[in-house]
Structure formats: structure tokens, C-alpha cells
Design a binder for this molecule. Structure first.
Ligand code: E4P
Length: 217
């Protein structure tokens, strides 16, 4: 499973890249606002930092506005993915961009039928929001499992990008459910390396090694 980082904070992206844990990036208007940066400037900077796909979301709500904004965003880097909302206008814009070989990420997906429509529109990625479904007392991960079955039934090429991932357990469950990618906050990605028994074991090994009085170099 690929890891995309769900952030527009460049320093966090650089740190993940150095760890070899950055396969791509997703942003949304909220994350851009949190970064405090100019939208187009920060997307261009992120595109130069990674060769992986970088999702940049349109703000327009109508088809022609989405097309105009998406075409502008696509000039910011060869790895820009135009992120479009799962509305009828968004799906129409998805079909338009897919016809022009521009990559798309259809976002704000909360049902298997919405994911089916995105695949039929030629979406490169579908973003089902796991955490936000959990927030309303629904099993968000069940949506990933349903989409996996539907896409496999019809051999759709659209990749499942598990989004709104909030915890290490979400990451594991998304991998088990067959998501192609998870987009994850950087702190959650780094936290995947943690285990209390790893820390405890390392502490004991270090103590015992020091007691030998030896050194390797
Ligand atoms: C996905 O593309 C979104 O940017 C993101 O995963 C939303 O996560 P949230 O529900 O934690 O805001």
C-alpha cells in the first residue's frame, strides 16, 4: 500500500521523504488554510519536492469553473492531480480531465454508489473518507471493503485512496481491506513505527550492552 501524506506543511513532507515514506501528497482547502501559505505557491513547491502525485483541490462548484481552475492547477507541476468534489459537476469535470489524460482525485466520497460513479467517470483516484464516517457512528472501513469488491468485479482501474485516516489502526484496517493507498497525517505515519515492547526491549538491550564494556567500532 502506498502512503500519501495528508498535509501542506513542507517541512513535514521533507522529513517523510527522507524516511522513504512519501509516495505522494494530498491537500484540501482546510489543509491549505492551516499551512498559511499561498495555494499555488505551496503546491508548486510540493511538486518540486516529490515525484509522487500531488492532489490540489478546485474551489469552484460548477463544471466550467472546475475545468478552468483544474487547468490552472495542472500547470503547477507535471505530478499535479486535480482534486474534484463528488458532485454531478465534479464527475463531469472528472470525465473532461480524464479525456485529456490529466489525473484526477474525486474527493468527499461517502458511499459505494458514489465510488462507482467516479470510476465510470474515469477517476484516477477515489477518496472515501473513513474517519468522517466513523464520526457519525458508521463503519468507515466497510466502505473501503465495498468499493474494493465493486472495483474488482468490473476491473475498474481507479485506485482506492483511503482518506480521513486518523489512527494507526485505520492504516492497518485500510491495508487489510485492500486500499491501494492511504492518505495519512504525518504524525500518524511516524507513529506506525512505535511499539511499547520495541521501546522496552531496546532499553534492556542498551543497558546490557553497556554492562559488557565493549564497543563495536
Ligand atoms: C483527503 O483527501 C482529505 O484531505 C482528508 O483525508 C480529510 O481528513 P479529515 O476528515 O481528517 O479532515
Amino acid at each position: 500500500m502506498k502512503f500519501f501524506a495528508d498535509t501542506a506543511i513542507v517541512d513535514d513532507l521533507k522529513a517523510l521523504d527522507e524516511l522513504g515514506l512519501l509516495d505522494g501528497v494530498t491537500t484540501n482547502p482546510t489543509l491549505i488554510a492551516k499551512s498559511g501559505r499561498d495555494f499555488k505557491e505551496v503546491i508548486a513547491e510540493i511538486c518540486s519536492l516529490t515525484e509522487g502525485p500531488v492532489s490540489a483541490e478546485v474551489a469552484a462548484l460548477d463544471f466550467s469553473g472546475m475545468v478552468a481552475e483544474g487547468e490552472c492547477l495542472a500547470t503547477l507541476g507535471s505530478n499535479v492531480v486535480v482534486k474534484l468534489p463528488l458532485t454531478l459537476d465534479g464527475l463531469k469535470a472528472c470525465r473532461y480531465f480524464s479525456g485529456k489524460a490529466v489525473k484526477t482525485n474525486v474527493t468527499l466520497c461517502f458511499s459505494a454508489n458514489q465510488a462507482l460513479l467516479a470510476a465510470k467517470a474515469g477517476a484516477t483516484y477515489i477518496s472515501p473518507f473513513v474517519g468522517r464516517l466513523d464520526d457519525i457512528n458508521t463503519d468507515g472501513m466497510e466502505l473501503i471493503r465495498e468499493i474494493r469488491v465493486i472495483y474488482d468485479n468490473y476491473e475498474f482501474g481507479t485506485e482506492i485512496l483511503a482518506a480521513s485516516i486518523r489512527s494507526a489502526n485505520h492504516v492497518k484496517e485500510a491495508a487489510l481491506a485492500g486500499a491501494d493507498i492511504a492518505t495519512i497525517p504525518p504524525a500518524v505515519i511516524k507513529g506506525l513505527a512505535n511499539h511499547v515492547l520495541t521501546a522496552k526491549g531496546l532499553e534492556q538491550f542498551t543497558k546490557d550492552w553497556q554492562a559488557t564494556g565493549q564497543s563495536i567500532l
